[in-house]
Design a protein around this ligand. Structure first.
Ligand code: COA
Length: 176
């Protein structure tokens, strides 16, 4: 269904999405979305150490007209990429931003040598599970009680092929 026919909090032009490397300067805005998105948000220190001390970590912001609308991060070890965090400002959800960020993640992970991608998702997080399944992730297992805040299980998902759906996909200008 086109975004304009769906109930979204605020319509935005997703064609103007710009994805860039996250830096510590982005963290005030990132933390605002993080707190609105998770029952147990990551701390500033957690993000900061990912950005500055983890050689395997790659974090990105998504902005429209300069405004932060989402972000995501992944670890890439050899041929595997692991999504660690992905969130979209609640005001701008269901307009394709999460999907665009993940498609960018596939491309970036490929550039870094990965051939497959994994992530964990809360058992009750149907919206995110739908997004991942739409983009080709499959359920491959359960981690019992993985989320210590609620003792909820995680579904482990994998995507085995990070190739673009179409040759045009790689031509989208995501980076500034
Ligand atoms: C999950 C999240 C990143 C999705 O971002 P988004 O920009 O709203 O997602 P998109 O608009 O790109 O959605 C793409 C597809 O995902 C699925 N989807 C996304 N949100 C959904 C929802 N709430 N309910 C059902 N399906 C949903 C749909 O299949 C959608 O395709 P469609 O629009 O053609 O129906 C966002 O909801 C979010 O930030 N949630 C809080 C943080 C979180 O849970 N992160 C995931 C941790 S594992």
């Amino acid at each position: 269904m086109p975004a304009r026919q769906r109930r979204v909090a605020e319509l935005i032009n997703v064609d103007k999405l710009v994805i860039s490397k996250m830096t510590p300067r982005d963290l005030d805005e990132v933390l605002e979305i993080e707190r609105q998105s998770y029952p147990t948000p990551w701390s500033r220190n957690a993000f900061h150490s990912e950005l500055t001390a983890n050689l395997y970590a790659h974090y990105f912001t998504a902005r429209i007209d300069g405004m932060l609308v989402g972000y995501f991060g992944m670890w890439v070890f050899f041929d595997e990429a692991h999504i660690t965090n992905i969130a979209v400002n609640p005001k701008f959800r269901r307009q394709g931003i999460g999907e665009q960020m993940l498609r960018f993640a596939f491309r970036k992970a490929r550039e870094l040598g990965a051939t497959k991608m994994t992530l964990e998702v809360r058992f009750s997080n149907y919206g995110a599970q739908n997004l991942y399944r739409k983009l080709g992730f499959q359920d491959r297992g359960i981690r019992k009680g993985y989320y210590s805040d609620t003792n909820e299980d995680a579904i482990i998902m994998w995507k085995d092929d990070l190739s673009p759906d179409s040759p045009q996909e790689d031509e989208v200008k995501w980076m500034m």
